[in-house]
Design a protein around this ligand. Structure first.
Ligand SMILES: [Zn+2]
Length: 149
């Protein structure tokens, strides 16, 4: 099995605010991330597909197909967007790196054209990322996730 990773970058804005908390609790919980007008990040997304290279093409999957998929599902949906209001999949969720990487996994996983989605890693900044990956012992689609800071 081979793991093939494609990296893309997009920019988006967000704000952390839980409507079930008071404004003061939100400020205490989220600090600057609760600023009313939001702020932006340059996200880096790494998408890793697992598979066997085709004996015909030598490829795990056609990179053009992957590019088209990432453009349609991620770039058009998220690039230069306000994640709080313009991405329906995040409705009702706080648009943290953790929630965003889960949304991205669920968008991509059923649509990978060949091989299987193995890992999605989303960098919010150079020193923070969250990731989902297919559990090694499972053939199911439920992602495992973790966040590192
Ligand atoms: Zn932020």
């Amino acid at each position: 099995m081979v793991l093939l990773t494609r990296k893309i970058e997009f920019s988006a804005s967000h704000r952390y605010d839980n409507p079930n908390l008071s404004p003061e609790e939100n400020r205490r919980m989220f600090g600057k991330c609760n600023n009313p007008h939001g702020h932006g990040h340059n996200y880096t997304l790494e998408v890793t597909v697992a598979g066997e290279p085709s004996p015909v093409t030598g490829m795990v999957l056609d990179l053009k197909d992957l590019k088209v998929l990432l453009d349609r599902e991620i770039m058009q949906r998220m690039d230069h967007r306000n994640l709080n209001v313009e991405v329906p999949e995040l409705a009702g969720k706080i648009p943290t790196c953790e929630n965003l990487v889960l949304v991205i996994w669920n968008l991509l996983e059923p649509k990978i054209p060949a091989g299987k989605l193995h890992r999605v890693r989303l960098y919010e900044s150079a020193d923070l990322f969250a990731e989902c990956y297919r559990a090694a012992a499972s053939n199911g689609y439920a992602p495992s996730g973790e966040a590192r800071n």
